[in-house]
Design a protein around this ligand. Structure first.
Ligand code: COA
Ligand code: ZN
Length: 326
């Protein structure tokens, strides 16, 4: 391997979570047809997977109360996996009815955050998700498990690696989940920790789809992505505009920003399969939909080689400067 700095065309799969993780925390309800249009634009941008919405209680997350209509009415691009977050059996039934390709089951590696977010102990969540898994299996729908707070909990602090791997074992070993997402729900992950956890996971479950889900809460998002790639990861969740955050995690803020990660990885020679210009266009729609600017540095600054016109007085300045040599 040539090291992380030279991608040498290595494929990195980008998974968009903006219409789920991104919109779930927004106060403004984005109209259903605008959500559908946004997912359609993302579908055309070449993402590997789109987490379209969440089939959760509309009281808990009112922003996503239109989950059925959105998932049913989007245009589906061949090769893109359309996923939906599901906390319980009720959610699974709704998501399967609305033709989800994949159910993203969610629980927390931390007991306190699981209770705050899902109102269950982890043991109760696992039992409920075992049932969801059986329903998905009989419907022929794939299952991914997202483990929140895998890199630390805002209430409990560090979550031991053995605890995280123990839950992975139950979902992969016992339930046969196709994939696991290790979520850094509140931006507590740091590169050395990420590399160790990714290596440990990869060594134990080389055939399981592993996704890393980072939040940029403390500015370590891109560093963590690179540490994960160095340790063998190749799938990342990211959110358009860098929106996102869990309403039940104190201090949560945006996911790593899709266009920033794609911009950086493409410069480094990785193949994300994503049309960056299309992604940026989609991101530019967000402020009008949510009523405020997004954290996206790429929308603010442009791509590295998006150059600027000469200043109006450039010629005069040059002539004055050259005249000083004569
Ligand atoms: N879809 C729609 N409605 C649901 C639902 C689902 N998947 N699960 C529960 N509900 C409804 C119930 O019908 C009930 O409605 P009612 O008050 O009108 O009777 C209400 O939600 C409470 O249901 P209950 O089974 O008692 O669950 P709860 O109050 O313990 O809530 C969750 C548990 C997980 C369903 C709820 O907290 C939730 O959806 N949280 C969302 C968490 C989330 O998305 N976090 C961010 C992403 S990680
Ligand atoms: Zn998240």
């Amino acid at each position: 391997m040539k090291g992380i700095w030279h991608g040498a065309g290595r494929r990195i799969h980008m998974q968009e979570v903006g219409t789920r993780d991104g919109l779930q925390i927004e106060e403004t309800f984005v109209p259903t047809d605008e959500k559908i249009a946004l997912v359609n634009a993302l579908s055309r941008a070449g993402l590997a997977k789109i987490e379209v919405t969440a089939f959760v209680s509309p009281k808990a997350i009112p922003a996503l109360r239109d989950a059925e209509v959105v998932l049913r009415e989007i245009e589906r691009a061949p090769g893109v996996v359309y996923s939906a977050l599901v906390p319980n059996v009720r959610g699974a039934e709704r998501a399967i009815d609305a033709r989800a390709d994949e159910l993203n089951l969610v629980m927390s590696a931390s007991e306190s955050h699981n209770l705050a977010n899902l109102r269950m102990t982890r043991g109760q969540s696992f039992a409920a998700l075992s049932e969801v898994n059986a329903i998905a299996r009989s419907a022929g729908v794939a299952v991914n498990v997202s483990l929140s707070c895998a890199f630390g909990c805002p209430i409990e602090g560090d979550v031991p690696e053995a605890t995280v791997l123990g839950w992975c074992e139950r979902f992969v070993g016992e339930l046969g989940a196709r994939g696991v997402t290790l979520c850094d729900t509140t931006g507590m992950a740091y590169p050395g920790q990420v590399a160790a956890l990714v290596r440990a996971f990869r060594a134990r479950w080389p055939a399981t789809e592993l996704t890393l889900h980072f939040h940029n809460t403390r500015g370590m998002g891109l560093a963590n992505v690179l540490a994960a790639i160095d340790a063998g990861a190749e799938r990342f969740d990211a959110s358009l505009g860098g929106l996102g955050g869990c309403p039940y995690a104190p201090g949560a803020s945006g996911n790593v920003c899709s266009e920033e990660i794609v911009h950086a990885l493409e410069l480094m020679g990785y193949d994300t399969g994503v049309d960056l210009a299309a992604l940026i266009d989609a991101s530019r729609r967000l402020p009008a939909l949510i009523g405020h600017d997004t954290p996206s540095q790429i929308v603010k600054a442009g791509r590295r080689l998006d150059l600027h016109p000469l200043p109006a007085d450039f010629e005069a300045t040059r002539e004055r400067a050259l005249a000083r040599d004569q």
